[in-house]
Design a binder for this molecule. Structure first.
Ligand code: BG6
Length: 287
């Protein structure tokens, strides 16, 4: 007889062995299902009943200690991008987080809480709420005695039907750093279309972003707070081929719209202060 995990809730929260033998938490709410790996506190799936998955997961993803999962929602902390001699996008996405709490909220949605093992002066919690929408919250507290600066990001991979038909709204007029061209620019397009490698860090924006996907017949809405940066990424053909944990043609059915605070929007916390990054993703019929 196998022991059940103390945070399981019958019919709603179950802990089992997932891919690669890593622990996985499966959530069933009245209107949706989700999967979260304590490895990275990584949401690998969210699906509203009767709809296709909202999050893209690579079929080539590796599930292994020390390696980031490819797809879903990696948590980027405490730095974004490359840092010499250190793992790209920080250590949070490869850390084994402690599954700390589970509860049912008044509206029937289910909340899980994960805690990042001690990391310097940072106390970090991730809250995942599964219901009609998927909500994520990253709380960072400076428990030290001097200022601490960090970057954070929910590096969300969205599932789309066909990248050629997708348009992304909400960033018109924003300044961004174009990582492909290594140039700072202003977004002039009324909506962003993807027809080549896109890797852009939009700064100073708190706007909700909408991803319109006529192929799957839905619009995805990414609302956020405590976030001044939005990153839009699609690796396109050459970069896809260069990634061992990403299929050659998978760029056609994904786009990352990431919510956080990176580059010039990085966060500095005084001793004892806390920051909260929140993101709520939802979907509806394409307009
Ligand atoms: C994006 C970055 O957020 O993540 C890209 O802007 C990067 O530059 C991409 O290539 C994927 O990063 P990684 O480390 O998961 O391969």
């Amino acid at each position: 007889m196998s022991d059940s995990h103390p945070l399981e809730i019958p019919g709603m929260v179950a802990v089992s062995g997932g891919c690669g033998g890593l622990s996985r938490v499966c959530v069933t709410s009245p209107c949706s299902t989700a999967e979260i790996y304590p490895h990275g506190a990584h949401v690998t799936g969210f699906r509203k009943n009767g709809e296709p998955p909202l999050l893209f997961m690579s079929d080539s993803s590796v599930f292994r200690t020390g390696k980031a999962i490819r797809g879903g929602i990696p948590i980027i902390f405490p730095w974004f991008g490359d840092r010499e001699g250190h793992p790209a996008h920080g250590y949070a996405r490869t850390a084994e987080w402690e599954f700390h709490d589970s509860s049912v909220l008044a509206d029937g949605s289910i909340r899980l809480v994960f805690r990042l093992p001690a990391s310097g002066n940072f106390e970090v919690m991730s809250l995942v709420t599964v219901g009609e929408c998927l909500s994520l919250e990253l709380d960072v507290r400076n428990a030290g005695e001097s200022d601490e600066t960090f970057e954070n990001c929910f590096h969300t991979y969205f599932e789309v039907g066909d990248i050629d038909t997708v348009s992304i709204h909400g960033l018109t007029g924003c300044g961004y750093f174009d990582k492909v061209a290594s140039k700072t620019r202003i977004e002039t397009a009324a909506s962003i279309r993807i027809a080549g490698e896109v890797d852009r860090v939009y700064s100073g924006t708190t706007a909700t972003v909408e991803i319109t996907d006529p192929t799957l017949g839905r619009t995805i809405r990414v609302a956020k707070s405590g976030s001044a940066s939005t990153v839009v990424w699609n690796p396109w053909i050459a970069k896809s081929k260069a990634m061992a944990d990403f299929g050659d043609n998978e760029y056609r059915r994904m786009v990352c719209v990431e919510s956080g605070n990176v580059g010039e929007d990085k966060v500095t916390l005084s001793p004892g202060d806390q920051s909260t990054l929140k993101m709520e993703i939802s979907s509806g019929d394409a307009g």
